[in-house]
Design a protein around this ligand. Sequence first.
Ligand code: AHR
Length: 618
Amino acid sequence: IKIKLNYEEKLTPLNDLYGLFFEDLNHAADGGLYAEMIHNRSFEFCKFDNPTYHSLYAWEDVKGEDIQERSVELRILSDDPLHPKNSKYLKINSLNEIIIRNRGYNKGLYLQEGEVYRVSFFAKPDFKGQKVTLQLEDVSGQVYSETTVKITEEGWTNYQVEMIPTQTVVEGRLALIFPPVTDLAIDMISVFPKATFKGRKNGCRKDLAEKLAAMKPKFMRFPGGCLVHDGSLSSDDHDSMYRWKNTIGSVEERPTKRTAWGYNQSLGLGFFEYFQLCEDLEAKPIPVLPAGWDPHHQRGVPFDELGPWVQDALDLIEFANGDVTSTWGKVRAEMGHPESFKLEYLGIGNEEVGQEFFDRYVYFHQAIREAYPNIKLINSSGPFSAGSEYDRGWDSARKQQSDIIDEHYYASPEWFLANHHRYDSFNPKGPKVFLGEYAAKGNQWWNALAEASYMIGLERNADKVALACYAPLFANIDYVNWAPDLIWFDQEKVYGSINYEVQKLFMTQQGTYNVSFEIEEMPDSVILEDNPIIGEFGLSGDWADITIESLTVTDKETGESIYYDTQSIKDNQQKILGTINSKHYTITFDFTKTGGKWDKGFKFLFGRKDDQNQYGWS
Ligand code: AHR
């Protein structure tokens, strides 16, 4: 094909269009971006988080076997804890030497030769002078760094040492060796690499954060996702919905919690750390708060009790932007950041569809608008419903005059290609779109190409689409809740998918001109060597019942026909009709509409079965 390109009009500036969506699923934070290497550092894991958990989960003996509580030697207690929100700790009492080891995440701690590791714990002894020996070792017990710490204080005290392994170990362990001991309480056992991203204490794993930095994102949405609005309505139990105030302050004073993703979330990567990471990435922070409605369990805060939830939102803005004399600005300053985090956007709710949410949204919207008129408020919408007059999210966003509305969709590559023009007809004067989660359901070339094509549509409509981010961002290969994902990793390595390369390309190389083209020479046919429509194919009717009176698929090479008689397809039903074995074919069919909910028309979709055994319709 010979194509002539003509330079045309300048594109609408993309501004903040491309960014990131971070959620702690797939162990994206704990065991991922959050650089802490100890799994269950504060003994808070419990069956409520995950049926396989217990208080000593991820702790093992020298033989590599899981340890459990023992009535005398290893007890999990909660009287006189390190902090009321971090209520459990381990008490050790033994006539003989006792050794416990932590296996970290994946297959172990990745310890690098010559790197400095900050190893720390809190202890409260029965008598001063007790000793604990710390070892960084491999799974077989071969030691690569060792030090002994003397417990010098009576009350809960933090002990910290730096350890440097003499050899790189991929499946490492932290061992703690206690000589015969009475009543030694221990908690918050931690191993952090000194070399975190930008050298932050309690910071991010360098290699993972560098993958983010390489994308040059304009914003980061956090902390989710479903984990924002799933949980109890209490502000401080283990099941609480995500309440940002539980995630700030010293890490030993933060609770841990059950998350929607079937594991324990330490909250070590909390709102201060998220804001700081955004600053380090030069990305604008987009925090998302729950509105007191949990759609997973269909429970909601009564309207006359919403006050503290709305106050949380106002306080968050003060925490991010308030000067150091304000209540929450002072808290930020005390955590080490007197400067403002320059918050511009705030999201309320995640992927909401229920009227219960939209009724509550109004309270947040009005209070924030009044106190902080310059904050751009992001309303929420369910999947696939963008712009429809029947969609509650859009209805609410228009009525309340939300600045932006967050919509999500995970669909086949064919869907993304077929919907390339989705935003062309949107009103640039209405609420802008935040495409807060999307993916073409796969980590292969075809998926990434469909996403790239779709992103061109986003750029063309940058006056209507303000923000867009692929989802989910990270997956630890040993703890997958959701796939595909943009970036994959284990304790040692990180790998950006082909979709990552597309995102990075669009974020770092932004177009400035819309280019039109003319086809100057076109061959009679185009041969696609890897034609995606070879294989099983199907038909589906959308919004209507249809009867296919006849259908013929003619193989252009062999002249062979696959012929079908009458087939009826119900609204939204998918029917497999046969297999095409040729790269060139003609499809002919006659059909009648026999029923269905819409008089206005219907879609007729043709598609093939993809590698994941799903149909991509186009
Ligand atoms: O990205 C994974 C999940 O998909 C998010 O938590 C949720 O918002 C959506 O349903």
